[in-house]
Design a protein around this ligand. Structure first.
Ligand SMILES: *[C@@H]1O[C@H](CO)[C@@H](O)[C@H](O)[C@H]1NC(C)=O
Ligand SMILES: *[C@@H]1O[C@H](CO)[C@@H](O)[C@H](O)[C@H]1NC(C)=O
Ligand SMILES: *[C@@H]1O[C@H](CO)[C@@H](O)[C@H](O)[C@H]1NC(C)=O
Ligand SMILES: *[C@@H]1O[C@H](CO)[C@@H](O)[C@H](O)[C@H]1NC(C)=O
Ligand SMILES: *[C@@H]1O[C@H](CO)[C@@H](O)[C@H](O)[C@H]1NC(C)=O
Ligand SMILES: *[C@@H]1O[C@H](CO)[C@@H](O)[C@H](O)[C@H]1NC(C)=O
Ligand SMILES: [Cu+2]
Length: 667
């Protein structure tokens, strides 16, 4: 048996040889996922029958290994390894597996607080349980509902101070279809099933109250079902690139204009950008900017403290996975006509590879924007006008986590800027109520009556990004520039002006910042200066800020303590990537960005990581019902004395091209 297995494995190994040509940061291929599963199941480390895979992904080579390989990419890439979290016998097992020789490099049981990502199969199994459970069937009958129209959904339950882990449990809540696909605004209030995921049994059932379900009428959003009056229409519009795109994709590496970067799919982070470098024509070399960037966590606490609502305080990336929740993008709608798509793979509960087609799209964005311009009319006798169109490269992914849709864009500009944009859309999470008009509401109802019997509950979205900037190398520093009001001494008619007071931030605790005051934040290379003597760096232009409003000792805020500030800088540590902890489900907040920084490590002239949170306090409005127009936010990483001068000064003016003309004619 064992030898048969070895032979089979060696065969697999030989078959995987093409992957040796791949980039060391490429995500695991389907064949590699299969190999990982074979190795773990073959090890007899844990009984095969009970093992479920919760996370399977690349175990990245160390930064120094990657950088040394990059300096000579023709040499053999470092050995491929996978990191796995599996559940068996109600314990979380961590494995590091070598794909180059089939051995298990390390294996241990994680016995700390918090639980791994949920997989799709167990969510689906948990959803099914109630439908064979007589008390539930009775509850549905009692409400006069048709069980065929009942739609279940898994909700993670957070942590509320329990000392011991009371099991890997989730709540299954129910919604009603009956005449509309918009189930999220038709909750069956009062019924909740507590499911133990490891045992896959109902641990507790409750039917506490009967609230009429909001009507289906007015909740439809499918175009095919819409009836007049329609909103004003505009004529067709598209982007045409008759000569094809200007980017080149080689495996997972993309080059466009002066940029070079690597894209990977991760079941937890979704899209991971690595090794973004920009070619500097003056220095005549590719310069390092972003070693790695991805969304680290997405914290969404709801503000209704009642029975079946208080626990809705999600850590979406760590509980449901932004990659696992990513959807297949569609051309012309999710992404423009000129987009190119890339697939992603994840392991299912049994460790089998599952393909997600069109997980990302890559496209050049031209929306009539201007990269730079000037009209000079001060010189008599001539008018000079110079304009360069703003074309950028966008990599997009969309994650739909239950009711909400998050559109996430990484945009690279020729000027050296990197922008991250997030768009919030989808369906508001709503509670059924007996109210049909605001004037009936006497007590606190925790949200907005968006239509009859439907209260969309107040909540927050905190989207925290991991930004390992390595500006011209790993050793960087963090500089905080305070804009200070200065009073003049009376020798000028002006009474005041502002001055920039820059200070080097030496430790992690001093690097926790709120960007709600005038402030300039720079990641610089302290060992590199421009010819003018300015420190070479990148500036964070922050996104929408939202100060947390929960008390610091409230349990969701302890778990989501990485939102206590919207900027943090930490010393690089390979295992500190997930702002809410590697084990986010039911976490106790003891492994977060907040706890790591309490070590107050030295961050000056070190390999450092910038963390930035885009926050939204969301008090819903009727305009967002029954589906929400996209709410956008984002931040920019912008060169700051990185180049000697404007890097796109010498971009050539666009030539008149033989594109089909879009002639503006008066109708
Ligand atoms: C493990 O799997 C075996 C065989 O399927 C089953 O009988 C047993 O109940 C499982 N144990 C646990 C703890 O799930
Ligand atoms: C297998 O390869 C890994 C690298 O992936 C290495 O660390 C380990 O020592 C190797 N083990 C054996 C038994 O060759
Ligand atoms: C957890 O693991 C550590 C080290 O592996 C061990 O020292 C400790 O006793 C364990 N704790 C529990 C509660 O099992
Ligand atoms: C006031 O400030 C100006 C400009 O900095 C300086 O030249 C001048 O000497 C100052 N005068 C006094 C009275 O301090
Ligand atoms: C890296 O981070 C982990 C998790 O926070 C921690 O246990 C470990 O001590 C850190 N390593 C160093 C060298 O600080
Ligand atoms: C647009 O205008 C150009 C020149 O003004 C003309 O040659 C072309 O036929 C027009 N195209 C359309 C679709 O009207
Ligand atoms: Cu919202």
């Amino acid at each position: 048996m064992a030898s048969t297995f070895t032979v089979f494995f060696s065969l697999l190994f030989l078959l995987s040889i093409p992957s040796i040509l791949s980039h060391p940061l490429d995500p695991l291929t389907p064949l590699e996922i299969k190999q990982v599963t074979k190795i773990i199941k073959g090890s007899r480390a844990v009984s095969l029958a009970n093992l479920t895979f919760q996370y399977v992904g690349l175990d990245e080579p160390s930064k120094s290994t990657i950088l040394s390989w990059l300096s000579n990419p023709t040499k053999e890439p470092p050995p491929r390894q996978a990191f796995v979290i599996a559940r068996a016998y109600e314990k979380s097992y961590e494995f590091v597996v070598s794909l180059s020789n089939g051995s298990i490099i390390s294996q241990h049981i994680y016995n700390g607080t918090g639980l791994p990502l949920l997989n799709l199969e167990e969510q689906s199994a948990a959803n099914d349980l109630a439908f064979k459970y007589p008390p539930f069937i009775k509850s549905i009958k009692k409400r006069g509902l048709d069980i065929k129209d009942v739609v279940p959904s898994v909700f993670t339950v957070g942590w509320y101070g329990e000392k011991s882990m009371s099991g890997r449990v989730v709540k299954v809540l129910f919604f009603y279809k009956g005449g509309t696909p918009n189930v999220w605004v038709r909750p069956i209030e009062g019924i909740a099933v507590l499911v133990d995921l490891d045992k896959m049994v109902i641990a507790k059932y409750s039917d506490s109250e009967v609230v009429p379900i909001p009507k289906a009428e007015g909740t439809e959003y499918r175009g095919s079902k819409m009836r007049p009056p329609f909103a004003a229409e505009t004529k067709p519009i598209t982007v045409v690139q008759p000569h094809g795109p200007s980017f080149k994709i080689n495996g997972h590496t993309i080059s466009w204009a002066d940029w070079n970067l690597h894209l990977a799919f991760d079941v937890r982070a979704g899209l991971v950008i690595s090794l973004a470098t920009i070619f500097d024509s003056i220095e005549d070399k590719h310069r390092q900017v972003l070693y790695k960037g991805h969304v680290s966590e997405l914290f969404v606490p709801y503000m209704d403290p009642t029975e079946e609502w208080y626990y809705r305080t999600f850590l979406d990336a760590g509980e449901f996975g932004l990659g696992l929740s990513a959807i297949s993008l569609q051309q012309h709608t999710d992404c423009p006509a000129n987009a190119i798509f890339m697939d992603g793979y994840h392991a299912n509960q049994d460790g089998e590879p599952v393909k997600l087609s069109n997980a990302f799209c890559v496209f050049e964005r031209y929306a009539g924007d201007i990269a730079w311009r000037h009209t000079e009319s001060a010189i008599s006798g001539e008018v000079i006008t110079e304009v360069r169109p703003g074309v950028s490269l966008v990599v997009r992914t969309v994650s739909t986590i239950g009711n909400y849709d998050y559109i996430m864009d990484w945009e690279f500009k020729k000027s050296g800027s990197i922008k991250f944009g997030v768009g919030l859309s989808g369906i508001l999470e709503a509670k059924a109520s007996t109210y049909t008009h605001k004037k009936q509401v006497k007590e606190d109802n925790y949200g907005t009556l968006v239509t009859k019997n439907t209260i969309a509950i107040n909540h927050d979205h905190y989207i925290t990004s991991y930004l390992d900037l390595d500006i011209d190398g790993e050793k960087n520093s963090f500089v905080k520039g305070k804009m200070k009001t200065m009073r003049t001494n009376g020798s000028t008619p002006r009474k005041s002006y502002w001055n920039m007071i820059r200070e080097l931030v030496k430790t992690e605790l001093d690097a926790r910042i709120w960007t709600d005051k005038p402030i300039e934040l720079l990641i610089v290379n302290p060992n590199k200066f421009t010819k003018m003597g300015n420190q070479v760096g990148y500036r964070l232009v922050p996104g929408s800020t939202a100060n947390p409003l929960l008390l610091e000792d409230d349990y969701p805020q302890i778990r989501g303590a990485f939102s206590n500030y919207n900027v943090w800088v930490t010393l690089y540590n390979r295992s500190e990537r997930w702002a809410g902890g590697l084990y986010a489900d039911r976490s106790h907040g003891d492994h977060t960005l907040f706890t790591w920084t309490n070590r107050n490590r030295d961050i000056d002239d070190k390999d450092i990581v910038l963390w930035h949170t885009i926050g939204f306090h969301h008090s819903p409005s009727q305009d967002e019902f029954p589906v929400m127009p996209t709410l956008n936010g984002g931040f920019e990483l912008r060169p700051s004395n990185f180049f000697e001068s404007n890097p796109i000064l010498n971009i050539r003016p666009p030539k008149p091209v033989d594109l089909p003309r879009c002639n503006a004619t008066t109708p």
